[in-house]
Design a binder for this molecule. Structure first.
Ligand SMILES: [Zn+2]
Ligand SMILES: [Zn+2]
Ligand SMILES: [Zn+2]
Length: 351
């Protein structure tokens, strides 16, 4: 039998703010650590903090006379001491967390001590490194600590090349292929989520461009911009460029082309086709076709009523997206130099 070693004298100090330890009855159980240390303890306190220890304490004993011994083994002796200290005081020093964080997490999980588990989980999450992340990941899974697990996964996924080179990763590959698979899946899903977000952003900016083009089209056909104006009004040459001139300019060029092109839409002219689609889009959005000055607005409205096209649903969706794009962008984005960004994007409309 290993002789008991001396105990840290502050073990039962319930609160560090109290200079005098609180008076307790005689210890009635012993906690046996892996180093053979026996820590005298109070069954009432252990049972009140950990339902698992409560179960052990309530188990019938063979010899009623002997003091109950509860082994807390599988972790370094000092980790067990820190654990018992936490059961008494609900406190854990930074130093213990740093040295025995993973052991304390395991103990808190095994003995169902949620406050300690939370403490360890948070602390370990802050101490994650490329070197220890795989070990902590495995532990987080074993101890059912989802927040820590996710944090590890994110770190691995972000620095995969470096993590892949660590001993921990190689060990896991050999011993836990399922976890390796989970990690790879996680990285894969993160990638495709990023891609989806990117695609969504691209689509959103296209809808926004279209929405701006709609505004410019109306402005050109109602009051005129630099070179194109309503059919019955000469454009005011003295007027400077408007606030959305880069879009307006592209549109004016397109309108100019549309008016003079010999091939036209049916001849397969792509620029005319684009113009045609912009005019149709305008008509779908326009709510005053009778007084509207945009060419073909009423004709498109009439045609839309007459023929129920098959691609109606897709078109309606596009119209909805374009209408909402502006609202969404003004809600979610700070003012950007959108006008500059647009450039001559009018030529790249993909309808
Ligand atoms: Zn303009
Ligand atoms: Zn053309
Ligand atoms: Zn209109």
């Amino acid at each position: 039998m290993v002789q008991p070693r001396s105990l840290p004298d502050d073990l039962y100090r319930l609160s560090p703010t109290n200079s005098e330890p609180r008076e307790l009855p005689e210890p009635d159980v012993q906690i046996l650590t892996s180093g053979g240390l026996r820590i005298p303890a109070h069954s009432s306190i252990l049972a009140s903090v950990s339902p698992i220890l409560e179960n052990i304490i309530d188990r019938p004993r063979k010899h009623r006379s002997s003091q109950r011994v509860i082994p807390v083994v599988g972790v370094p002796c000092e980790a067990a001491v820190s654990f018992v200290r936490f059961l008494y005081s609900s406190r854990c020093s930074e130093e213990s967390l740093e040295k025995y964080g993973i052991h304390l997490l395991a103990l808190s999980h095994v003995y169902l001590v949620p406050q300690l588990k939370q403490r360890c989980t948070k602390d370990l999450a802050q101490r994650l490194t490329i070197e220890n992340v795989v070990d902590v990941l495995q532990l987080a899974r074993l101890c059912d600590a989802p927040d820590l697990y996710l944090k590890c996964m994110k770190l691995v996924s972000k620095h995969f090349k470096a993590v892949e080179a660590t001993e921990g990763w190689k060990f896991m590959q050999d011993h836990d292929p399922w976890l390796e698979l989970h990690v790879l899946q996680f990285i894969d899903e993160t990638e495709s989520r990023k891609q989806r977000t990117r695609k969504h952003r691209e689509a959103q900016s296209l809808y926004l461009e279209l929405s701006e083009a709609m505004e410019c089209l109306e402005h050109i056909c109602t009051e005129g911009c630099t070179s194109v104006g309503p059919y019955d009004v000469e454009p005011n040459k003295k007027k400077g460029p408007c606030s959305k001139f880069s879009t307006c300019q592209g549109l004016q060029l397109l309108i100019g082309h549309f008016a003079t092109c010999k091939k036209r839409v049916n001849g397969g002219c792509l620029r005319c086709k684009r113009m045609w689609q912009l005019l149709r889009l305008h008509s779908s959005i326009c709510d005053q076709p009778d007084s509207c000055r945009v060419p073909l607005c009423r004709q498109f409205k009439l045609r839309l009523v007459q023929e129920k096209k098959k691609d109606d649903a897709r078109w309606k969706l596009l119209v909805r997206k374009v209408v909402s794009a502006k609202a969404i962008s003004s809600l979610s984005q700070p003012k950007r130099k959108r006008v500059e960004e647009l450039g001559d994007s009018i030529r790249s409309f993909r309808l």
